[in-house]
Structures are given as C-alpha cells and as structure tokens.
Design a protein. Structure first.
Length: 716
C-alpha cells in the first residue's frame, strides 16, 4: 500500500467490514474542508488579581468507557469496551478560563493533578467578589512544566485541522459576592449524554498526561540531564472527532464507507489523528478514543520523532508476518511504550481495570496486553457490539496466542521459531514488543504463574532503554542510520555490559528470535548465523544496515532465499532470508563508482538475484505491482498484484535484469555511482533474491562475493 505522506498507522489492515449496523445516534462524518485554516484559540495565561475576591472551588472530571476482560477457562482471552466507569476520573493539568456572562475574561487557571481548580501560581482560583453569573471552561489542553525533569507537557486535543477548535467542557455558575453556586464540570462517555462524547477527547488528553508523567518519573535520574529531555516540550496537536475516520483527511476522494479506518501520527506537522469511528458510526466501527493503548502507541511515535530517530517507511502491519525491519522496530517501540505506560499508570488511566487485574482469579496481576477494540457493549443503551483483539505480551514467542477476529482469525501473533529461523524476530513487530516488555517488567508484578516465558532476571530500567533509544548517544544520534531492533538491542547490551546481558537479558531476546550479531561467535560453525557448505563456513546473515567496508572477507557470505510464503511474509519478498541490506557510506568508500556481486549456486532451486541501492528514508519496492488502477487510498483492488521488477523513486541505482545462467555462477553489477552517491549521505545496498511467484526449496542457497572499483567489499 502506498501513502501520500509518511503516516504511521497502528493497525492499518484491520478492516471490520462485516459489521455494518450501528446502534445509538449517528454522527456527522463529512470531512470539513475550509478555504482558510483557523488558528487555535490563544492560551489563557494571565492570572488576574483583585482587591476583593472569592475562591472558585470545583473538580473537573471525565467519564470513559471501561475495559471488560473476556474470560474463558479462567484465562483472559480478549478484551472489549463496555459501560462507562462508575466513577469519573480527574482531568489533570488542564487549562481553565473564567468569563462573565457576556464573555469578558476575568481569570485564567488550571487543574491540579487531581482535577481541582487552582490558580496559575498554584494557589486558589479567584474571581472578583461581584455578584453576577459566570462561565467557566476547562480545555483539553496543557502547557505545564513537569515537576521532576522540567520538560513541558504541551498538547491540545482538537476537533479538526481546519478549525483547530480545542475541546472544552463548560458550565455556568452564579456568585452572590461571598459564595458560588455548585459547579459541575464533567465530560461524558455515552452519546446519549453528550452527542459529541467529549469524554473521548478528555480521555485522549489524560493518556497524554499519564504518558508524560511516566516519562517524568522513569527518567528522573541524574544520568539523564534535563537538557536532553527538552525534545519532549514540542507542541503536540491531537485531532479527533466522534464518528469520523481521520483517513478522510488523507484521502478525501476515497469512499469513506470502505476507506481504511485507523489512527496515525503525521510527522510533518507533529500531529496525531485518532479514529472516532466511520461514517458516523461509533457503536460498531473501529474507534480509538477509549482505546488507551492505541492513543498512547501513537504518542510513542511522536516521542521517537522528537527524541530519537524516526525513519519508518510506514504502511500496513498486522503482527502476523515478517516485515521491513524499520517498520517492525518503530511499531514495536510504540507498542512497548504504550504497554509500560499502561502497566505503570493503569490506576490513573483505568482504575476499574487495575482493580480487576489485581484481584483477578486468572492469575493476571497488571496490564500486559496489546489491545485494540471496535464497537462497544453498553447495558444502558442495550448495545452488545463490543469486540476487538488482544495480544498478551506475557506469552512466549513460540506460542503467542492467535487473532480473535476477522480478517486474521486464528493467525498467530508473530509466532517465532528461534531454532529454524534465527534472527527473524528483528522483522516481527510482535516479537520485538514482547521482548522489550519482558526485559523491563518483572514477572512477579504481572502474573502469579508466568508459564514458560523468559524474563530478564534483572529487569532493564526504562531509563536505560531510553538511553539506547535517544539522540544523545543512543540509536537516534547522527552516527546511526537505518533503524532496527538489532541496532537498539546492541545499544542496550553496551549499557548494561556484556556480562549482565549474557546472564540476565540474552535469554529474553533469544527466545523471541532476536539473536544479536555480537552474541554469535562467527568463527564457530555451530552458531546461528553460520552455515557450513561442503566443509566451508559461510556467514548467512548480517543485520540490516550493517556497514560495508573495503576489506578482505574473514568469512564468505551465503544467502538462503525463501519463497514468498503468505504465512511468513505476506506477498512480500522475505526481508529476513531473501534480502541482505548493507549500509554504503560514500565518505568511507570514497571514490566508489561500481559494485559487482558474483553469485554461485550452492544448492536448491535456481534463483536470480537483484542489486538495488536505496537512499536513506527509502520505501522498499516490492516484487509485485498492482495490475489494475489503484484505489484512491493507494490500495490495490482485490489484491490484484502481479510480479514486477520495477523500481520506485527511492532507488538511485539498480540491476534487476534477468540472469541467463542461474544454475552455476553469474555476476550482477551497478556502475556510474560517482554521479549518484552524495558523500554527505548514506545509502543501502539491497542484495535480493528474486522470488516473485516462485516456489523455492528450503535448501536453496547461493554464495556471493562483492567487489568494486576500490577492491573487495565485505560487511564490517
């Protein structure tokens, strides 16, 4: 699937078209397009003083839909959205404005963490002791300095990117000059109580505050200077509207009834778009305003964009097949961030669920789920449409559970086989997510009996994970390129030291088939990334983006191509087995003008190979093209793909010509690179087995060697 811009989609392939009816009021789904863009209402930042004043006392709260565990045989098998919580939650750190009845501003304030109204200086919220009527508003907007690390939580939840209207709740009250009438500031979750469901907007807002509170607490260590966290202070715009699918902003000409419905982060504008439903439907469609995991996941993308490195290609990911290692890494990071925030802050996000888990007879003690809902059930509205899917991060990668809903019902959540497919976890979002979670969260806090899953005996603190991730020595700094989980985990290994890694953490990553290149003794023929052919040991894999140098090879390289298996790769070329990716740094390989790769068949099926050089930020060009006109959203009608050796605009040079001899030895070359390689940039050489529409023996393997006008090339 292609996209007009690099938008990050949480679950872009999760189409629930079988659910076509709705219960409850239907809401407007028309994409509002204006001739000019309005500006967000200015913040209320002035604290007024009065010689004679009275205090305004109230608490701002919101209702949200709860999460109900589906329990079968004393096991949680799924989760669904259900009735709103019995007790409203406080709205923390939100902007407050007080007006006279004729809209004259008389005071600015905020809420404290418990939702109580306070002045900007921290004292009481005061108004003049004039007997009259007032209007008070609480906005879904914050601009507050966090207490520990001093970065700013700065975000607004708004209706749409055209009007930029910030959500708020308001009420009127009266003053007799001494006291005020009671003030009721509540956002509701049921559309029968509020057709705009402002509880959804404030739930998204609360998730932002809880995520930032988690960061403020978890990174509160002198090892991470406050100056390194100013990246978190960037203003964050969040757009959501009940009944509206934000993909309509991206594809306004597409049929809104069939358009993919999901939330996404748009890096060009530091904006998050949360799904509110589809064509007015919130009762059956995918919605994310009460899916805490979904909105915090997308916030994770914003955070990595600001504070780490964000080079994902975007696109579809259903947690069932091996995908682009950059996509797998970035989605897994966002999943991991959402899971640890939910695990740690659940009492402030969904206290009823926190209590349910802590007292559950199932043995689950705290949050450990990747969850996305569609529809909801409600005992008052007499609606029973709640459904969704859940991946339990406690489960082992060899038995991770299965999709509970169509269209992937019964498909395992990125199941791995560390013995047969070493290193494949680096191409699986689910495997990376499970490993990061188990590295960080101790099992004693998760479950009374955690089964066969492997956990770190000494959990890695989130601050260490952050150091491996950020732009100050982590994988986000300017010396690193082409993100992958291997790159991140190598950083973690360095931080915790090799002995601690081997004793405590390596078992976790190995169990999810996230074997590290540095953990393998490549001299030994018994190690995972070494294959012996006719008595000679060959290197059979290198991490994506590994440096290519002008050096003699200590070990020749072997590619073990595999078929495009729908269960392993979807319709994609196998990123783990049929592709090797090497970083080309023209500053290191100065004068590089040509590359030649000689392939020698070692066994199995006759197979051709291609050479492709991508620029950084590339989109992987697959081996299939849509054979009919694409839909308005870039999808291919009825998946009518056919084999193709075309290239996209990310390719600066390639050789995809058909080799006439494939059963012995042949050579492919790329030339005239001096005119194409910018010495200030980095590139990726993709050596690819061409496997489109081809059934390959599992014994298929080709030895290859690389030469250039500079001499022999080998991985670092």
């Amino acid at each position: 699937m292609t996209f007009a811009s690099r938008i990050l989609i949480l679950f872009s392939l999760f189409l629930f078209s079988a659910f076509t009816q709705s219960c409850g009021p239907r809401l407007s789904s028309e994409a509002q397009e204006f001739l000019s863009k309005s500006q967000e209402v200015p913040e209320c930042t002035t604290e007024y003083t009065y010689s004679s004043s009275i205090n305004v006392t109230a608490q701002a709260t919101f209702f949200k839909r709860g999460t109900e565990p589906v329990i079968v045989n004393n096991k949680i098998t799924n989760l669904t959205l259900s009735d709103p919580l019995a007790t409203a939650l406080p709205i923390p750190y939100a902007e407050v404005a007080v007006y006279t009845s004729d809209k004259k501003l008389v005071q600015c304030g905020m809420t404290d963490f418990s939702g109580n109204l306070i002045g900007l200086s921290g004292g009481a919220l005061v108004i003049p002791n004039t007997a009259q009527s007032y209007i008070i508003r609480v906005y879904a907007r914050a601009n507050v300095i966090m207490p520990n690390k001093g970065f700013t939580a700065n975000a607004s939840v708004k209706e749409d990117p055209y009007t930029d209207k910030v959500y708020y709740i308001e009420t009127t009250f009266s003053s007799d000059g001494v006291n005020t009438t009671p003030i009721d500031l509540v956002a509701y979750a049921r559309q029968t109580d509020d057709v705009n469901i402002k509880g959804g907007a404030f739930n998204i807002y609360n998730n932002f505050i809880q995520a930032y509170t988690y960061l403020d607490n978890s990174l509160n260590d002198v090892i991470i200077p406050n100056s390194e966290l100013t990246c978190l202070s960037t203003k964050f715009d969040i757009y959501w509207k009940a009944g509206f699918n934000p993909f309509q902003y991206e594809y306004p000409s597409a049929d809104p009834n069939t358009l993919v419905n999901s939330s996404f982060y748009k890096y060009e504008t530091n904006s998050l778009y949360i799904s509110g439903g589809q064509v007015g439907d919130i009762s059956l469609a995918n919605t994310d305003h009460f899916d805490d995991f979904a909105s915090i996941h997308e916030m994770g993308h914003f955070i990595e964009d600001q504070c780490g490195r964000f080079d994902t290609p975007g696109g579809g990911h259903a947690i069932i097949v091996r995908v682009d290692p950059r996509l797998a890494w970035h989605e897994a990071w966002a999943n991991y961030f959402a899971s640890v925030v939910m695990n740690t802050r659940l009492a402030f996000i969904n206290p009823e669920m926190s209590t349910r888990l802590a007292t559950s007879p199932t043995g689950d003690l705290s949050w450990s789920f990747l969850f996305n809902s569609f529809g909801f059930s409600d005992s008052v509205q007499n609606v029973g449409n709640g459904s969704g899917f859940m991946m339990d991060l406690k489960k082992p990668g060899t038995s991770p559970g299965e999709w509970q809903t169509a269209p992937y019902f019964g498909s395992p959540f990125d199941q791995v086989n560390p013995t047969l497919y070493p290193g494949e976890g680096h191409f699986r979002e689910g495997a990376i997510t499970r490993a990061l979670f188990k590295m960080t969260v101790p099992p004693a806090t998760l479950c009374t009996s955690c089964g066969s899953s492997v956990y770190a005996s000494s959990p890695v603190a989130f601050k260490t994970m952050w150091q491996a991730f950020d732009a100050h020595g982590g994988m986000g700094d300017s010396t690193n390129h082409f993100s992958s989980s291997n790159q991140f985990l190598e950083k973690v290994k360095t931080l915790v030291t090799s002995p601690t890694w081997a004793a405590s953490v390596q078992g976790v990553v190995d169990a999810e088939s996230l074997h590290l290149f540095s953990d393998q003794n490549l001299i030994s023929s018994t190690k995972r990334f070494v294959t012996v052919v006719s008595g000679t040991s060959y290197l059979n894999w290198v991490p994506p983006g590994h440096n290519l140098l002008r050096v003699a090879c200590s070990k020749p390289t072997l590619m073990q191509a595999r078929s495009d298996d729908p269960a392993l790769t979807g319709i994609n070329s196998d990123q783990r087995y049929s592709n090797h990716f090497y970083k080309i740094d023209p500053a290191v390989l100065s004068g590089l003008d040509s590359i030649s790769v000689t392939f020698t068949k070692a066994g199995g099926t006759n197979t051709d190979h291609d050479l492709i050089i991508f620029e950084e930020g590339y989109r992987f060009n697959g081996d299939y093209a849509c054979s009919v006109t694409e839909n308005a959203d870039g999808s291919c009608p009825s998946n009518q793909y056919s084999a193709s050796r075309s290239t996209n605009t990310s390719v600066i040079a390639s050789n995809r010509a058909t080799a006439t001899i494939q059963n012995t030895t042949y050579t492919k070359s790329i030339s005239n690179l001096l005119n194409k390689l910018d010495p200030t940039k980095k590139y990726l050489l993709n050596i690819r087995a061409y496997t489109a529409n081809k059934s390959l023996s599992n014994a298929t393997s080709y030895i290859y060697s690389m030469t250039s006008n500079l001499g022999t090339l080998c991985p670092e």
